[in-house]
Design a binder for this molecule. Structure first.
Ligand code: SF4
Length: 705
């Protein structure tokens, strides 16, 4: 038996794994004791990874050969790689010639490795010439990106996981690490057990397993996070718990923010948020007066039409109290996907260019055009995820290349997404798994290598770059994602009569191109190499001469003048509010043992032991008022669509709340469109992240035939 060290492909904690394998087959997995994210531990998902790569799963679940559909209603037929690549290149060239490069969109994934991201970014922008490349990371962390940039000057989480152990007070807001980041939750539990006087505050409309551990659970009304942060800041200012020296030396804009929160007394915030005023005073005191306060936050803040405002309001609290740039302190955004961070770094998103550059800034554009030697690089931001599918539904995007993601399940407002996929002249789906909802719309299905078969790097939530290594060959004829991009790019470039613009022949060569784009930037990794990563293990960026565990320790930030910015954004209610006809606020979220659309985790029967089937949850008091009973089939109806699901009663939800796990697609929910039939496409104006955490719905007895 052989062993290969790699990284878990599920969440942004980025745990190290040791893959056990024999005769080209993965036989086991265990935590890597040397990896600083997990020190040998794995959660349920990670410890079952080997069961997603058994011969039975490979035989029945994996896409193993390129396939083509003659028509959308036809069964896909196996074709050779040569035929698939040639036909795809020809059809993309024809659409490009007839309608321009901007008629082509590329939608990629936070599951990809940094090298894949770099390859697809070049394929879209440099080879096809379209600015319309975005990632499903748009759905999980783009509000955190913009929040950091507006407040601190750069998209860089300033903390390390070790700050969880060092903090005296931890504020968890809009996150349930007990389920979504389990290894970090174990670290938090251990830190609390080891530290006398430790304080844990959890802000969440649901009483989650994380909230169960808290000293103080602020169970606010869904969508009112900004009002709560303003109330907390009012209390901090009123009591004189600010850090005046830090504010004067290291920040700008405090007076304007003070003016904004003047009216946000804790009494008013308590009324808007549905909280006890005394709890707001208590939380403000703990956060401001503890020697070190850390906040951990995720989708509850990000997936909102006020996502950026929620992020900046929380960062304001850190700046006002000086809880940043020191051990155990800082605003720490947790990433959902294994390489959402790598996508941000390599600029594989509509609003970014490599090295945290902005396509809309002429000097940033010029630097990348020079680095890539591509003078006709698109010089503007492209369509973000929701915008891209809306454009396809309108007909201005005519071809979509979708890579390792499942928009026909995961995107909000499925009616629009499915209209877009139906209308496109060409849909290319590059996937490891054969049976996703999006596969039904694909003209070409390209088999992608996946975890255990791929080589490259990923970056976790604490800016730590880890190596991903192959233990076994790809299933069937599957190929690495970067290679699929490169081969078709070469045919497109040949068709346009120019030398290849995406020529790198190995993942390491792609990584070196990516590294060159970080020189002199806030994420500079020019002192790092794969040899260093292999010799010394995972490292945190920036890495010029050494790794950087913590940012802004000198009170200087990444803005032009070195001062952080207080961002004064007013509280806005969610994009649609409950009404008499649609009285419930529906949230969507994760289960402990499942991942995204279950294409990988759904292949392990044991992972259904925790939660075996989809359901809509509501508070028993509301169910009783509507004469609804546990297990009864109910219709969940929004302005966009409806679902029929069994009802589960859950005292941990707020009275007017409802909740459905995000994982269930139409293969689990009969002939319907999955849970996103009812969610909305409204998004934050700054980050373009959609409001997956709030949809106004009615829940009524199902009218069955
Ligand atoms: Fe994998 Fe996340 Fe679990 Fe770690 S915590 S084993 S990265 S799913």
């Amino acid at each position: 038996m052989a062993e290969t060290k790699s990284t878990c492909p599920y969440c942004g904690v980025g745990c190290g794994v040791v893959i056990e394998h024999e005769d080209g087959q993965i036989t086991g997995v265990r935590g890597d004791p040397d990896h600083p994210a997990n020190f040998g531990r794995l959660c349920t998902k990670g410890s079952n990874l080997h069961l997603t790569a058994t011969p039975v799963v490979i035989q029945h679940q994996r896409l193993r050969q390129p396939q083509k559909r003659a028509t959308r209603s036809a069964r896909p037929e196996v074709v050779s790689w040569d035929q698939a690549n040639r036909e795809i290149a020809d059809r993309l060239l024809a659409i490009r010639a007839a309608h321009g490069p901007e008629s082509i969109g590329v939608y990629i994934s936070g599951q990809l490795l940094t090298e894949d991201y770099h390859a697809f970014n070049k394929l879209a922008r440099a080879v096809i010439g379209t600015p319309h490349i975005d990632s499903n990371s748009r759905l999980c962390m783009s509000s955190a990106v913009v929040g950091y940039k507006q407040s601190l000057g750069a998209d860089a989480p300033p903390c390390s996981y070790e700050d969880i152990e060092l903090a005296d007070c931890v504020l968890v807001s809009g996150a349930n690490p007990a389920w979504a980041h389990p290894i970090l939750f174990r670290r938090l539990e251990a830190a609390r057990a080891a530290k006398t006087g430790h304080k844990l505050i959890v802000i969440d409309p649901r009483r989650t397993e994380t909230a169960e551990l808290a000293d103080l659970h602020l169970q606010l009304r869904p969508g009112t996070d900004v009002a709560l942060c303003h109330g907390l800041l009012h209390a901090v200012i009123w009591q004189g718990w600010t850090a005046p020296g830090f504010i004067a030396e290291s920040t700008e804009g405090f007076d304007e923010l003070k003016e904004l929160v003047r009216d946000w007394t804790p009494a008013r915030a308590a009324q808007v948020c549905g909280l006890d005023e005394a709890d707001i005073w208590r939380a403000a005191e703990w956060f401001a007066t503890s020697p070190s306060s850390l906040s951990l936050y995720c989708q509850g803040l990000n997936q909102s039409s006020s996502g950026t405002a929620k992020n900046t309001a929380l960062i304001n609290l850190h700046l006002a109290t000086g809880q940043i740039g020191k051990p155990g302190a800082g605003p720490f955004s947790l990433t959902g996907q294994p390489n959402a961070m790598g996508g941000r770094e390599s600029g594989g998103m509509a609003t970014l260019l490599p090295g945290h550059r902005d396509p809309g800034r002429p000097e940033d554009w010029a630097e990348v055009a020079t680095l890539w030697n591509v003078p006709d690089l698109p010089d503007r931001r492209g369509h973000t995820a929701v915008e891209m599918f809306e454009a396809a539904a309108r007909g201005s995007i005519r071809a979509l290349w979708i890579v390792c993601t499942n928009p026909a399940q995961s995107m909000p407002d499925q009616a629009v997404v499915r209209r877009a996929l139906d209308r496109c002249e060409l849909v290319i789906l590059q996937e490891a798994f054969a049976h996703t909802a999006t596969a039904k719309y694909a003209d070409y299905l390209l088999p992608a290598a996946t975890w255990g078969e791929k080589e490259g790097t990923v970056t976790n939530s604490e800016r730590r770059i880890s190596r991903v290594r192959p233990a076994v060959p790809p299933a069937g004829e599957a190929r690495a994602d970067w290679r699929i991009a490169r081969d078709i790019a070469a045919l497109i470039d040949a068709g346009l009569g120019r030398p290849p613009r995406l020529a790198a022949a190995t993942p390491e060569a792609l990584w070196l191109e990516h590294r060159a784009a970080t020189r002199g930037r806030d994420l500079d990794i020019t002192g790092l190499s794969w040899a260093k990563l292999d010799a010394d293990g995972p490292q945190q960026w920036p890495f010029v001469n050494a790794a950087t565990p913590r940012l802004y320790t000198d009170g200087r930030f990444a803005t032009a003048d070195g001062r952080a910015r207080f961002v004064a954004k007013p509280y806005q209610p969610p994009a649609e509010e409950p009404s008499p006809g649609l009285p419930f606020a529906l949230t969507t979220g994760r289960l402990r043992d499942q991942w995204h659309g279950m294409s990988r985790s759904g292949s392990v029967p044991g992972l259904f032991a925790h939660e075996g089937r989809p359901a809509v949850r509501m508070h028993p008091a509301n169910a009783a008022r509507r004469k609804l009973a546990e297990g009864e089939l109910v219709t969940v109806r929004s302005r966009r669509g409806e679902l029929v699901l069994p009802l589960k009663l859950d005292e941990n939800l707020p009275p007017a709340g409802a909740d459905i796990a995000m994982h269930w697609g139409d293969e689990f929910i009969g002939a319907q469109d999955g849970i996103n039939a009812v969610t909305q496409g409204a998004f934050c104006p700054d980050s373009k992240q959609p409001e997956l955490k709030f949809s106004a719905v009615a829940i009524e007895p199902a009218a069955l035939p």
